[in-house]
Design a protein around this ligand. Structure first.
Ligand SMILES: [Zn+2]
Ligand SMILES: [Zn+2]
Length: 270
């Protein structure tokens, strides 16, 4: 009995020691907004929060995103923003975030400027007003970013305006790709190859395949997941008709991968 008790205590101790270390190291992804085009009632278009070792990074900042984001973090705690392209459903609230940073600096709640990285042809054409507070920088396909211990690389998508997919890799080698908006391309399959989590736009149902260039249907999402051999798929950027459950079912029917979908309560470690 004494021995059994000691063993139990050892494993309890080991579990307590191991668990927080793993949690501290893992990337945490929270899906803040997940609609295409415009936000549904009380929700938001594309916006994803990535946290790792105290760094807080927002990827895309669509319509309705700022209100939702504040359910998870203080805006003053943000370290960087990355924008996949300048369609309004991916950038709309970024302009309000600039005001938020201005006002919070004036109130003394934040001292440093916010780094904002945008994939577009010319950031100087965008209507930002406070370069000392909001440091907007252009990213290209060959850009390499390091934010904290995370490495960022980019892929030029098939879309009606310049748009990128983003790959994030941590020091432990865990990887995450966010597709942005894109049509099916072989180069995107290669970009997403073997990643742990693929957060991928899923704008159309099976029967709509090929209807709109520059977006993905369920059949193409499933094909990318299979051919890239990713571990876990999260669907996002939803249409405002049909059901999200149907999108998931269609991808699951054509793929052997674990398939989830973005929602306000979805928060995973990678
Ligand atoms: Zn979009
Ligand atoms: Zn778009």
């Amino acid at each position: 009995m004494v021995l059994a008790g000691s063993i139990a205590r050892f494993f309890t101790y080991k579990k307590c020691m191991d668990w927080p270390v793993r949690r501290m190291e893992a990337m945490k992804l929270t899906t803040i907004g997940f609609w295409g085009a415009y936000p549904s009632k009380n929700e938001a278009t594309s916006c994803y929060l990535l946290e790792e070792k105290g760094k807080k990074i927002v990827i895309d900042c669509g319509s309705g995103a700022l209100a939702k984001l504040q359910n998870h973090i203080e805006l003053t705690d943000l370290d960087a923003v990355i924008i996949s392209h300048i369609h309004p459903d991916h950038i709309a609230d970024l302009y309000c975030l600039e005001y938020a940073m201005l006002i919070q600096q004036q109130l003394g709640n934040r001292q440093k400027p916010l780094d904002v990285f945008i994939y577009t042809e010319n950031v100087s054409h965008l209507p930002f007003s406070y370069p000392d507070i909001f440091q907007v920088k252009q990213i290209k396909e060959d850009s390499q970013l390091q934010i904290g211990t995370l490495s960022f690389s980019f892929h030029n998508n098939l879309h009606e305006i310049p748009c990128c997919a983003v790959k994030i890799t941590d020091q432990a080698g865990k990887s995450f790709v966010y597709s942005g908006d894109t049509g099916y391309t072989e180069s995107f399959v290669q970009f997403a190859r073997n990643v742990d989590t693929l957060l991928i736009e899923c704008s159309f149902f099976l029967e709509q395949k090929g209807l709109v260039k520059g977006h993905l249907s369920t059949v193409e999402v499933a094909e990318i997941a299979e051919r890239a051999d990713v571990k876990h798929v999260i669907l996002t950027h939803f249409p405002h008709y049909g059901s999200i459950e149907q999108l998931v079912k269609e991808v699951q029917a054509l793929s052997s991968k674990s398939v989830d979908y973005a929602k306000e309560t979805l928060s995973i470690t990678i």
